[in-house]
Write a protein that binds this ligand. Structure first.
Ligand code: IMP
Ligand code: MG
Length: 194
């Protein structure tokens, strides 16, 4: 396998089936096609569930930006979009266990039907933090959509209403998910291989 010199995306385009970052090797977990197919299914389901409503999609930055944009392209009801920005991971592969708010919502969510959009739910700490933050604003309803969930890592009691895929409790990158802020631009999702 040739050494990756010209950037990850180019290596993938050249037909390589892994991403090598320093001493870490990531292998394919979920393909671009599988992500797009599942996103279409979730968009369809949300459109049915919110018929005659105007939900507000609230993306959790940075990771959820690609999933949110592909998801709402598959939603056929009127909707609005806003973003939160949280930080918890720093540049590590293991959560710091602390969540801080870096950007607040800009819209008024009182009485609105909101759908929180996450890239991945790991321990559930971030989602719990968001739920506690949203609740005092008294939305009409709140549901959660997450592209990925690591069911074996869940420590907090959070209900995810729309799940893309269950994944093993291993570090994953791509399609919005980063490692030290990089590799969000990969079209597929890759998992750290031991
Ligand atoms: P939680 O608060 O433990 O549920 O972690 C959720 C947040 O950590 C997500 O919003 C992600 O930004 C990040 N995260 C969790 N697991 C991974 C991973 O495997 N790769 C990249 N980011 C992750
Ligand atoms: Mg995130």
């Amino acid at each position: 396998m040739p050494e990756i010199k010209n950037g990850i995306q180019e290596s993938i385009a050249a037909g390589e089936d892994k991403v090598v970052i320093g001493t870490d090797t990531f292998i394919p977990l979920i393909t671009e096609e599988e992500i797009q197919k599942r996103t279409r299914e979730l968009g369809k389901q949300i459109s049915l569930d919110y018929a005659s409503k105007t939900p507000v999609f609230i993306g959790v930055l940075n990771g959820a930006f690609l999933f949110l944009s592909d998801l709402i392209k598959n939603v056929s009801v009127d909707c609005e979009v806003d973003f939160f920005k949280l930080s918890s991971y720093g540049d590590e592969k293991i959560s710091s266990g602390r969540v801080t708010m870096l950007k607040e919502l800009n819209c008024d969510i009182t009485g609105r039907d909101i759908i929180i959009v996450e890239d991945i739910v790991d321990s559930g700490l971030s989602m719990k933090f968001i739920e506690d933050l949203i609740e005092p604003h008294k939305p009409a309803s709140m549901r959660i959509a997450s592209l990925l969930i690591k069911p074996d890592s869940l420590k907090y009691n959070v209900k995810i209403d729309y799940i893309g895929f269950n994944v093993p409790s291993k570090f994953v990158i791509g399609y919005g998910l980063d490692y030290a802020q990089k590799y969000r631009n990969l079209r597929s999702i890759y998992v750290l291989s031991e």
